[in-house]
Unconditional design. Sequence first.
Length: 129
Amino acid sequence: MNAVELAVAAAGRAMQSVAGVKITYRRGGQALDLVATVGSTTFEAENLDLEEDGIQEIRTRDYLITDTVRFIAAMGNPQSGDRTEEAASARAAVRVSEVNAPGREPCFSYADPSEQILRIHTKQVGTQS
């Protein structure tokens, strides 16, 4: 790793230690517990409502994963339809989200040029008690 890649990795780890949340990533019967930093992405998509023309803004809740090697070894690339579960605390309801992005956008991207931080786009689909 070069100096920039080392700095990106250190910044990602620091971000997770300060603002990280515990999530469970699920695909079928597979599950992986992770710590992620919460972010968001705003997409612009063509408004398909027949009564209104124009561009619609869609905002996703993103999970930034710094343990990319472990994630991809266990799950492969994120796929639309995968699920995440996040509990803000032991007593809080669990936020259930589905991995996706609007239109033809990919459901994940990398947050840095050296592809060390994985950004997974999700949409909340429910809660669990």
